[in-house]
Write a protein that binds this ligand. Structure first.
Ligand code: IPM
Ligand code: MN
Length: 349
């Protein structure tokens, strides 16, 4: 009996989560596994009402779950930073979800903004470090509010933190078994402390994986190659900030935020799965948002808890409707409503 914590969150989060749960229910019937869901109302609405973001008691509870399914965090009436750090980053950090896994796969070349790229050209995975770097929140103001003000934001990289991420990426690349190429995406030419540590660690860990080809790309060049030659990539490993930036670009070349899913993984603990698109306030409550990113996040969740067959079936079902039904992957342009898209996935399943 799996215990799935559900955090629908803000904006369109609840609408897409509803479709993901519909698919979970169908998958459980088809593949014969049992689960219960436990709902949590963390998000902007609760914060505006109570001033509370994420109580420590919830963290303790979440640690007992099989997985967490998250919709979106972010509310137009709450100052930027409060919910993101108070809920999303707090979850990632306190559950030590040190990997942010972002598969980037184009399911239908009609929805790719790149000219002449086929489905097989956009098929790679970004392994983003998810617990350190600039996201650590270290830094300070000096002379705040004066003309001499200085704001310092520190990128914090530990050997242990870097190594466990890189090791995960090598293992993942081996298991994925595609071209067996792992690219380190960094900035060794300028950020000479952090990326020296990353490069050295990468080279050392590589010795344990002789069958994996290694490569290096600067982060700026990586963005260029995503547009020019995405087919060069198999698995990419990078730090928290660069990973955040390149995976938004990567989402666009796979067809947009409507299809992009991610996992916050603690390989030894509780992982959390989410569509990466955010709360999309302007589409909230209109039944127009694309739920496929959330459904793909559910597929990732199923794989993580050990229901690989169900995960594959859900992904195949998504691929089928993306190839044969949807007019677009963008909100309001799919040719179907949010609930209808969820129904199509269930029907194919
Ligand atoms: C993401 C998001 C978050 C991040 C925000 C909402 C804090 O952009 O998951 O990529 O920066 O990690
Ligand atoms: Mn992001």
């Amino acid at each position: 009996m799996y215990k799935i914590a559900v955090i629908p969150g803000d904006g369109t989060g609840p609408e897409v989560v509803r479709e993901g749960l519909k698919v979970l229910e169908a998958a459980s019937k088809k593949f014969g596994f049992k689960y219960e869901t436990i709902n949590y109302d963390f998000g902007g609405v609760r914060y505006l009402k109570t001033g509370e973001t994420l109580p420590d008691s919830a963290i303790a509870e979440l640690k007992t779950m099989s997985a967490i399914y998250l919709g979106a965090i972010g509310h137009p009436d709450v100052k930027p930073g409060i919910l993101e750090t108070g809920i999303l980053l707090k979850l990632r950090f306190s559950l030590d979800q040190y990997i942010n896994l972002r598969p980037v796969k184009l399911y239908n070349s009609d929805f790719c903004p790149l000219k002449d790229k086929k489905e097989e050209d956009v098929d790679f995975v970004v392994v983003r470090e998810n617990s350190e770097g600039l996201y650590k929140g270290m830094g300070e103001f000096k002379h705040k509010g004066t003309k001499d003000e200085i704001a310092i934001q520190i990128s914090y990289n530990t050997r242990r933190g870097v190594e466990r991420c890189i090791r995960y990426a090598f293992e993942y690349c081996k298991k994925r078994n595609k071209t067996k190429k792992l690219t380190l995406c960094g900035k060794t030419n300028v950020l000479t402390f952090a990326w020296d540590l990353w490069q050295r660690t990468f080279d050392e860990v590589a010795k344990d994986f002789p069958d994996i080809t290694t490569d290096y790309a600067h982060v700026d060049a990586t963005t260029m190659w995503f547009v020019k030659n995405p087919e060069w990539f198999d698995v990419i490993v990078t730090d928290n900030m660069f990973g955040d930036i390149i995976t938004d670009l990567a989402a666009m070349i796979q067809g947009g935020m409507g299809i992009a899913a991610g996992g916050n993984i603690n390989p030894q603990g509780v992982s959390m799965f989410e569509p990466i698109g955010g709360s999309a306030p302007k589409y909230t409550g209109k039944n127009v948002i694309n739920p496929l990113a959330a459904i793909c996040a559910m597929a990732m969740l199923l794989e993580q808890i050990g229901e690989e067959k169900a995960a594959k079936a859900v992904e195949d079902s998504v691929i089928k409707i993306v190839k044969t039904k949807l007019k677009s992957l963008a909100a309001g342009k799919m040719g179907y409503s949010t609930t209808e898209v969820g129904d199509l996935v269930v029907k194919n399943l």
